[in-house]
Write a protein that binds this ligand. Structure first.
Ligand SMILES: Cc1cc2nc3c(=O)[nH]c(=O)nc-3n(C[C@H](O)[C@H](O)[C@H](O)COP(=O)(O)OP(=O)(O)OC[C@H]3O[C@@H](n4cnc5c(N)ncnc54)[C@H](O)[C@@H]3O)c2cc1C
Length: 473
């Protein structure tokens, strides 16, 4: 399977690339396999060669050889992307950042940290914590995904509500451009009005405009106190009202606010060991909430009072506040295991969409009605970062049905959901990106003006089209 009519790289080109990275930087035979399959095992890959340069200069040397020989490159970070963007089709070389693992600087006085692109998100969080600072990006894949990957996908996760996504959290980017030139954009500035904000082209660029090799990240004060709470509620509208109530009544202490339909809990309990139902009675929906405060204060009292008030107003039916670290971890384990449980339950039609937060109840109502019409008996598993208007709207076959039960109706389901999203002026990809998976949908759903602007940027920076062809555009 190839992305273009490009000729495969010649043996001489491959030898030159091997020489540029040395033996330690080449992965062949059995070592190649982990790079070529992804989390959902949906897009098996092939590559002409897999290399992992050890420095920005080595990345530049490889890209120069590729540019001179019209060889395509698929950049790969931690290989946790969910839309197949990191998986090559066959004629490309795969360039992994996994050997670039240096934390270059942590500067508490600037509240910044400068890291190589191959540092994992968990390592970046740990390095910040060692300097008594917080790097707030948090996603289920944080042990494996890399800073270059979270930048290239503009990752979001559970703390966007308070701290923003990677577009907000990266102050500077270093990248190797498609002609092999190094762009040093590693500024540690919060103000820089000197023309276009070029780093934003690389952020969310999915490796189509260059290879991110380093970044300056924003750090924050570490909260002195954090609490996790969990509430059962009747409907998504209650969750939207609850979020607003809590933001008002806790002085902005809400740092995460996640919605989960009851089915999420059921499949997690079924497939994920050592999990249990946090509340005694079942409820149609649940909110998982995190609160934090900069001072050791009366956070628990504030949250208890706010939740009691919510109970009285009928926004929630029941609630608990985690009493121990173990309870806290269990609540987040449930949330972070939903995707894994869905994988275990069956092949789904999965959507990662966003609308304005206040439109979530109406979106879910329309979407549920469409599924009932198109695939009676199919199970909707809806969850997500509701504070950001982001819903993971996944549909799987009826209980006990074949894994491929929805294969035939998949295109109709996707069209219906994206039509509804268009009706709300929403987004067909809130955080996972476009990759291979949504490339055709993007071309259909973005306006002609937007597609023209995106193609103009791509052609200007990558006229030979060697950077991650067949992805996004
Ligand atoms: C369990 C699980 C939970 C997840 N939760 C979330 C979530 O809450 N929020 C969220 O936003 N995402 C989430 N994701 C998706 C995924 O983790 C993110 O997209 C992550 O940012 C990908 O990082 P990575 O290093 O694994 O990149 P990869 O998967 O290796 O690559 C992703 C894309 O970025 C490009 N790329 C990677 N590194 C570079 C680089 N250095 N330079 C240029 N291009 C590059 C690749 O070509 C590809 O197009 C989740 C995934 C899993 C498996």
């Amino acid at each position: 399977m190839t992305a273009s009519r490009r000729a495969p790289p010649s043996p001489q080109t491959l030898d030159a690339i091997r020489a540029a990275v040395g033996d330690k930087g080449v992965f062949e035979g059995e070592d190649a396999a982990p790079f070529l399959s992804e989390w959902r095992e949906r897009w098996p890959g092939e590559a002409a060669l897999i290399v992992a340069p050890a420095s920005t200069e080595e990345v530049a040397a490889v890209v120069k050889i590729c540019a001179a020989n019209n060889t395509a490159i698929t950049p790969q970070g931690g290989n946790t992307g969910l839309v197949g963007g990191q998986i090559p089709f066959g004629d490309e070389i795969l360039l992994s950042l996994r050997r670039m693992r240096r934390v270059r600087e942590v500067a508490p006085l600037n509240n910044t940290m400068t890291v190589d692109a191959g540092v994992t998100l968990a390592e970046a969080q740990d390095a910040a914590a060692e300097a008594n600072r917080l790097f707030p990006l948090s996603i289920g894949a944080e042990g494996s995904c890399q800073i270059g990957g979270v930048i290239s996908t503009n990752a979001g996760g559970v703390h966007v509500l308070r701290y923003g996504n990677m577009r907000d959290l990266a102050l500077g980017v270093e990248a190797v451009l498609p002609d092999g030139k190094i762009w040093n954009g590693l500024k540690r500035l919060r103000k820089d009005n000197t023309g276009y904000d070029l780093k934003q082209l690389l952020i969310g660029g999915e490796g189509t405009l260059g290879i991110v090799t380093g970044a300056v990240l924003k750090l924050f004060a570490r909260p002195a106190e954090m609490l996790t709470a969990y509430a059962g509620l009747a409907a998504p509208a209650n969750a939207v009202a609850l979020l607003s109530h809590l933001q008002e009544s806790t002085g902005g202490a809400v740092t995460a606010f996640e919605l989960m339909a009851r089915r999420c809990i059921d499949i997690v309990l079924k497939h994920i060991p050592d999990t249990r139902d946090p509340l005694t009675a079942a409820h149609p929906y649940y909110a998982l909430m995190e609160f934090s405060s900069g001072q050791k204060s009366a956070l628990r009292d504030t949250i208890e009072a706010a939740l009691a008030d919510a109970l009285e107003k009928g926004l929630i039916a029941d609630a608990m506040i985690a009493e121990s670290k173990a309870q806290d971890e269990m609540l987040w384990r449930i949330r972070h295991s939903i995707s894994e449980a869905i994988n275990a339950e069956g092949l789904g039609v999965r959507h990662d969409v966003s609308v304005a937060t206040s439109d979530i109840p109406a979106f879910l109502e329309k979407a549920d009605a469409a599924i009932e019409r198109l695939a009676p008996g199919a199970r909707v598993i809806a969850f997500g970062h509701i504070g950001d208007g982001n819903v993971h709207y996944d549909v799987i076959g009826p209980e006990g049905a074949d894994k491929h039960a929805l294969d035939e109706v998949r295109p109709a389901i996707e069209t219906a959901i994206y039509d509804i999203i268009d009706g709300f002026n929403g987004s067909i990809s809130a955080e996972h990106g476009i990759g291979r998976h949504r490339r055709e949908t993007l071309a259909k759903r973005k306006s002609a003006v937007e597609m023209k602007m995106m193609r103009a940027v791509k052609n200007a920076l990558d006229p030979k089209g060697i950077m991650n062809p067949g992805k996004m555009l």
